[in-house]
Design a protein around this ligand. Structure first.
Ligand SMILES: Cc1cc2nc3c(=O)[nH]c(=O)nc-3n(C[C@H](O)[C@H](O)[C@H](O)COP(=O)(O)O)c2cc1C
Length: 160
C-alpha cells in the first residue's frame, strides 16, 4: 500500500495529456472513460496503446467490439475529464458531450483537440490492466490547447 501511494505520487510528477477513450456497447450506447495511459507505439504501421483496468466498464466493450477512439482533450474540457473519471454507475445520465459516428463506425466525442479511430490489433494482460494495442484507422484534428494531468490535477501548457 505504501508503495502504491508513493507510486501514485511519483507518477504525478510525470505530466501527461488527458484523453477520452470511447466505444459502443451491445445496447448501442456510447461509453467513454478518462484515460492518460495512452502512448504512441509506431508510426508505420500507426499503432497506439491504452491501458484499461479489468474492472472498467469500457474494458469488455473494447475487448469484444474491437473498435474504439482515443480523443485528446483541450484545456477547457476539464469538466469532461472529471465526468468520465467517475464510475459509469455514478455518473449523471446527461452526457456532457455529443458524439458522432465516424465512417469506420467509431464513436467520436465532439470538439476535442484530436481523435484517433482505432481497430483493436492485440491485447496483453498486465497486472490489473489490459494493454490494448490499436491500429489507427483515421485521424481527426480540432482546435485548442491540450489538457494536462500533473500531480493529481489538471493544468495547461503554454505554446512553445
Ligand atoms: C486523469 C485520469 C486518467 C485516468 N487514466 C486511466 C487509464 O489510463 N486507464 C484506466 O483504466 N483508468 C483510468 N482512469 C480512471 C477511470 O477514468 C475511472 O476509473 C472511470 O471511473 C472508469 O469508469 P467505470 O468505473 O465506469 O469503468 C483515469 C482517471 C483520471 C482522472
Amino acid at each position: 500500500m505504501v508503495m502504491e501511494e508513493e507510486l501514485r505520487r511519483i507518477w504525478g510528477l510525470f505530466p501527461t495529456g488527458v484523453t477520452l477513450v470511447s466505444a459502443v456497447g451491445s445496447d448501442g450506447r456510447v461509453y467513454s472513460m478518462t484515460a492518460n495511459s495512452v502512448t504512441s507505439v509506431s508510426l508505420e504501421p500507426p499503432l497506439v496503446l491504452v491501458c484499461v483496468g479489468h474492472e472498467r466498464t469500457i474494458h469488455d466493450l473494447i475487448a469484444e467490439g474491437g473498435k474504439f477512439s482515443v480523443s485528446f482533450l483541450t484545456s477547457d474540457q476539464g469538466d469532461l475529464a472529471l465526468h468520465f473519471a467517475i464510475s459509469t454507475n455514478d455518473r449523471s445520465e446527461d452526457s456532457p458531450v455529443e458524439y458522432r459516428t465516424s465512417a469506420s463506425g467509431v464513436p467520436l466525442p465532439q470538439d476535442c483537440l484530436a481523435s484517433l479511430e482505432c481497430q483493436l490489433e492485440m491485447s496483453h494482460q498486465a497486472g490489473d490492466h489490459t494493454i490494448f494495442l490499436g491500429r489507427v484507422l483515421e485521424l481527426n484534428r480540432g482546435e485548442g490547447r491540450p489538457l494536462v494531468f500533473y500531480r493529481g490535477g489538471f493544468t495547461k501548457v503554454e505554446e512553445p
